[in-house]
Design a protein around this ligand. Sequence first.
Ligand SMILES: [Zn+2]
Length: 373
Amino acid sequence: MDDPVKYSRKPNEDMFELTVIGPGFGESCVLHVPGAGWGVIDCCKGTTDYLHSQGVENLSFAALTHPHLDHYEGFNALFDLYTGRIERIWLYDGYIEQRLIRLLDVAQKNAIFNARKLFNVLEMFAGEIKKGAKGRKIAAGTNLLSKKYQMDGGKSFEIAIDGLGPSLADINRFVGLLRSRPNDIDGDLSHACALFSLMSPEMNLVSATIRVRIGTMNIIFGGDTLIGQTNGEGWREIALGTDSTDIECDVIKVSHHGSKTSFCAEAWKRHKGEKAKVPFAIVTRFSKSKVPLPDESETKALKNCAHTLLTPSIGNPRKLSKVIGTNAEKALKRLGRKVHSVEKNKLGIVRIRIPLSTMIPNLELFGSASEVL
Ligand SMILES: [Zn+2]
């Protein structure tokens, strides 16, 4: 890190923290919630190193927004280090769909690489629940955590973490797709693999959107939520649906790496709200596609909606070399797993800390993180 002292400085108990890690493929949000402790929403390379730098011993929650590799890849390392010490497990709705589990089981036995990885990660989530973690599904209208936090000075804050999506329509379409070709699971292996390939691009359908509310301040985590094909789905439902809720926000983790397919003008209008206070926006790049996300026009659109647009990484992850000597790497090596992680000093981190006493966000950028100009 450019400034290791600043990097490992811990937040005060009454500070909300949001740290976004995004090495170019993969994203992870680490949160420090006053009164609740530390939690993660999605996990990628670098998450456990950051938690270690902060001396985190227990997690209040671990959440997975949807079953895509760039969001769950880091959970192996996380569970290796924190197993049995995670209070809550939150998974997008659709997870307990038995057909998906069976499909993954069949596909992984046939050595479909991503199916095997996903199957393992979902098993690890289930294992944590067996060890005593409280399991919850994330969907529109689910309250995941609520607390009253009392500051030393006597001031108190209502803290709530809620699911804003996926909607019922999103979940139904996902489950409908799974059930549309029953023979693909009950028949031979190649059919199961074909169905897995068919389902893979559709997994953003069930992506969770999460809102953290502290007093009057909102912070939104967009996962990979897309606009939605019809009313009732995706951002359309969150922004315009009959059950639509407060999405005015101070900070937002932009959904789906800032892609066109996730940009919902109505939602952005509502993020700004009546106070016309534009949010800080953080976008994680997706560099594995031919044209990395977000492209030039997508970036322009986001910049028009944000107070400041920030990104943890500017580069292509393929150019970054392996990490040597990180805790995550050691833990994985013990288990005989291969690690491809980014070099520690190249890891980009956007960190926003908000002391409850002032409610003024303090922004810090590490490694390759920068403001998008
Ligand atoms: Zn993604």
